[in-house]
Design a protein around this ligand. Structure first.
Ligand code: SF4
Ligand code: SF4
Ligand code: FES
Length: 661
């Protein structure tokens, strides 16, 4: 550590700490104009000039980018430091007399006017003061190089290549967000927002949070969602071998560092103003080893977490190249990687259980871990032939086919076939998260990946510990999720990176500050003021209408919210034994029976009764909270309260299902 004294106060800092950071630690404020925690220090304005003595001679340096590497004494208000700072500010004031931030700093330094006239005086209150923040943020934050300085001395200015906006500029407007003078502004927006400045303000806070906090909270900018592979493995939530297990000794082979090494792209894509999360990743130059494009070097969009786990650990594959190749061909054939991974996991378990064999798969070995077999099934699906014709129908139909053609036990394939409402499960092991079981089971669209966030709140962040908390969460969060879909907005901005003080917000799971940010966005876009409750009501209206529409289509009742037992608990003896301590403890503590006196089958059966009962109890609580009947149908009172009872035929439809109140 280095000892430093600033204005008579002493502290110790790590070597390389800037004077500005050391002063902040001591509670000493130094004026700064071109400094921001979002970008590397640059030393453009010299407003932060201070005097330093490191044992030889005293010098004037800029506090924002001067690293402390030996003991030093700093004066922020010596005559010399103040003289330099005042001169700098007076020159700025002479050139940009009406820029608010310059005027304020000058006044603070005791200057209320410049003694000289600058030849390039600019009267605009939004003049560019050449701080370089926009240039650095575009380079360092957005990872584009759209903005640059051009010219020297008084002719210096910020510009784009050839003075035109190139197509590589994603229009993220982060340059505008960081500009301290408002020199960069929206001039046009195809969406015609009512108040673009309000949207910009909401976006600029987001830009700061992502740049400053992502590296410690999510690593989304570096690794995309692939960073979740090792986190899920650590929490026993990573799907392994058709969701039998939640972790595997070989997970390190497909951990995010393996993908970071081969990711070649990582730029903010500008899909939301202010978002610099740069979640989209890609692998360039992947040489294909199979299929119609074999031998070609291709660019692969991804893989994301769900692809790495679904087409990796869940089918016993721990080879990054194979995951990238499956990713490419899923995109090529128009197949969803999550559905493919989950259906292959089911196929492989059926193969290992003897329901399938090489005769039935057309000679393909489909044991867990078979890269060749997996890719062959994918190619057959793409060509519409062989076993691919069966696999391509998805798990719900495969269950029936395996029972009718191959004599499979219907109860077993029902237990291990990870689908609900006909949709394959996304890639999280939900056995220990009752909230997530409900999150998937009750979701109108089935267990789709964007319903998966409850698992973080429940298992990783422990934010919904009680049964009541879970029921409340299953009312609020699916509505909130629906709101993003209704408005075409990304959810990552809501809770992937959270404000520093979110834990003290009173409702940390809801990330209230970010919800308010969305309200600002809506108001800026439409001109209508909305509250967080208004947003939920918008969703509730649509969500309840969808549920009633499902009823019209022959679905939308309690029995349609059923989920496979594999998502609730251990189906096989092998699964039970793999986590025996945990399950035995639950028998003792939650059910009150002594596992030592029971056979393995008795223990599995008791656990199953308990867990299935708990799920039914959860359905009761959630339906009640949502204003639905015990059969999971919105009540007439609920439809009236939401104003959807006016839809033609809706009241009659409810009445036909016995719902008249
Ligand atoms: S809009 Fe985004 S990409 Fe374009 S110049 Fe500004 S910061 Fe760079
Ligand atoms: S446009 Fe704004 S952010 Fe960019 S250099 Fe000028 S004043 Fe600074
Ligand atoms: S803030 Fe230090 S040089 Fe600008």
């Amino acid at each position: 550590m280095i000892e430093v004294m600033i204005d008579g106060k002493t502290t110790e800092v790590a070597p390389g700490t800037t004077i500005l950071a050391a002063a902040k630690k001591l509670g000493i404020s130094i004026p700064a104009l071109c400094d921001s925690e979002m970008v590397e220090p640059y030393g453009a304005c010299r407003v932060c000039s201070v005097e330093i003595d490191e044992g030889r001679r005293k010098r004037i340096v800029t506090a924002c980018n001067y690293p402390l590497n030996k003991p030093a004494e700093v004066s922020t208000a010596s005559d010399r430091a103040l003289r330099v700072r005042r001169l700098v500010l007076e020159m700025m004031l002479a050139r940009w007399p009406n820029v608010r931030v310059v005027r304020d700093l000058a006044l603070e330094a005791g200057i209320d006017g410049a003694r000289f006239v600058h030849p390039r005086r600019n009267e605009s209150e939004h003049a560019c003061i050449l701080c370089g923040l926009c240039v650095r943020l575009c380079h360092e934050g957005v990872w584009h190089r759209i903005l640059a300085f051009e010219g020297r001395g008084d002719s210096r200015k910020v510009t784009m290549p050839y003075g035109k906006q190139p197509k590589e500029c994603v229009g993220c407007m982060q340059c505008a967000s960081i500009c301290p003078t408002g020199a960069i502004r929206f001039t046009s927006d195809p969406n015609h927002p009512v108040d673009a400045e309000r949207i910009r303000r909401a976006g600029s806070e987001l830009t700061r949070e992502v740049l400053v906090l992502d590296k410690s909270q999510c690593r989304m900018r570096e690794a995309g969602t692939a960073h979740l592979v090792e986190i899920m493995n650590d929490y026993d939530l990573l799907p392994v071998m058709n969701y039998k297990f939640g972790a595997h000794a070989d997970t390190h082979k497909i951990a995010s560092d393996k993908f970071v090494k081969i990711f070649s792209q990582g730029v903010a894509d500008g899909c939301a103003l202010g978002c610099d999360m740069a979640c989209a990743k890609a692998v360039e130059g992947h040489e294909l080893r199979t299929g119609p494009d074999k031998g070609q070097s291709v660019l692969v969009d991804g893989p994301e977490y769900e692809t790495a786990s679904g087409c990796g650990s869940n089918i016993g594959i721990f080879e990054p190249w194979a995951i990238v190749e499956i990713n490419y061909y899923c995109d090529h054939y128009g197949v969803d990687t999550i559905s493919f991974g989950t259906l292959m996991a089911f196929v492989m378990e059926c193969f290992e259980a003897g329901i399938l064999n090489e005769e039935r798969t057309g000679g393909i070995d489909l044991r867990f871990g078979s890269v060749e077999g997996t890719l062959e099934v994918l190619h057959q699906m793409g060509r519409g032939e062989g076993f691919g014709l069966i696999a391509g129908q998805g798990i719900r139909r495969m269950k029936r086919i395996f029972v009718e053609r191959f004599g499979a036990d219907p109860a077993f394939v029902q237990d291990i076939g990870m689908e609900a409402k006909g949709l394959e499960y996304s890639e999280y092991v939900t056995k220990e998260s009752l909230a997530q079981q409900g999150g998937y089971g009750i979701a109108l669209k089935g267990p789709q990946h964007d319903e998966a966030w409850l698992i973080f709140m429940d298992m990783v962040n422990k934010q919904i510990p009680t049964f009541e908390d879970k029921a409340e969460a299953l009312h609020y969060f699916p509505m909130w999720r629906t709101w993003f879909g209704l408005n075409g907005l990304c959810k990552l901005l809501w809770n992937d990176v959270e404000p520093e003080d979110n834990a003290e917000s009173g409702a940390p799971a809801k990330v209230p500050r970010h919800v308010q940010g969305y309200c600002e966005f809506v108001a800026g876009m439409t001109g209508r003021e909305v509250t967080p409750d208004d947003l939920i009501t918008q969703s509730e209206r649509v969500y309840n209408f969808q549920r009633i529409f499902n009823l019209k289509m022959g679905y939308g009742r309690r029995r349609h919210d059923a989920i496979p037992y594999r998502s609730q608990g251990p189906v096989t003896a092998e699964e039970y034994l793999s986590r025996q301590d945990r399950y035995d403890k639950q028998l003792r503590e939650e059910i009150g029976v002594d596992p030592a006196t029971m056979t393995l089958d008795e223990r599995r059966a008791a656990l199953r009764r308990h867990r299935e009962g708990r799920y039914q109890k959860l359905l009761d609580a959630v339906y009640k909270r949502r204003g639905w009947t015990p059969d999971g149908i919105p009540t007439l009172a609920k439809a009236r309260a939401l104003g959807i009872d006016k839809v033609e035929g809706l009241v009659e439809l409810l009445a036909a299902h016995g719902v008249t109140e």
